[in-house]
Design a protein around this ligand. Structure first.
Ligand code: HEC
Length: 145
């Protein structure tokens, strides 16, 4: 009995902690966003491959809508404050795989560096930073994608 109680307590603490760590958005998310292990995988891959440009917490560059001296746009935020949520998961996956070149951008392609699982978990990670309202709108716009 005591052991069972203890396990329950530990479980609720870890659920509480993951809620705090992931901005409390997990419950509202789609796909694999509820899966904190999967999100952790995405967090690690994001930190290694994307944070250098898009920022540690996906906040992007402050003046991301203004092109630089070469006419290139700086890395946008992926945290829901930009327009990442205007795209389906299919489109986001394609941007990450192919990079910005097909659209005349400068982001490198990741199709030879990251697996489909890596990419999907990175998307789940940055979606865990989206405000609840944005996430819900996105889910409504792109059901099951
Ligand atoms: C060298 C800098 C750089 C790196 C590294 C990088 N990006 Fe980007 N990313 C950009 C830039 C700049 C853009 C804007 C389009 C362009 O110029 O290609 C962009 C655009 C995007 C977009 C489209 C956003 C939108 O709102 O439409 C997504 C999604 C994205 N990046 C995800 C990622 C992910 C995930 C990674 C890591 C796997 C990553 N990027 C790594 C620079 C980078």
């Amino acid at each position: 009995m005591v052991a069972k109680k203890l396990i329950q307590l530990l479980l609720s603490i870890s659920i509480l902690l993951s809620g705090i760590l992931f901005n409390d958005q997990i419950a509202f998310a789609s796909n694999n966003i509820q899966d904190s292990k999967f999100i952790m995988h995405g967090a690690v891959k994001y930190a290694k491959n994307c944070a250098v440009c898009h920022g540690k917490i996906a906040q992007g560059t402050p003046n991301w809508h203004e092109p630089d001296a070469n006419g290139n746009y700086p890395p946008p935020p992926l945290d829901g404050s930009g327009h990442t949520w205007h795209h389906s998961k299919k489109v986001l996956t394609m941007v990450i795989k192919k990079g910005g070149k097909p659209m005349g951008g400068v982001m490198p392609a990741f199709e030879n560096k990251l697996s489909d699982k890596d990419i999907s978990s990175i998307i789940a990670w940055f979606q865990s930073h989206w405000p609840e309202k944005i996430l819900k709108t996105w889910q409504g716009n792109y059901p099951k994608k």
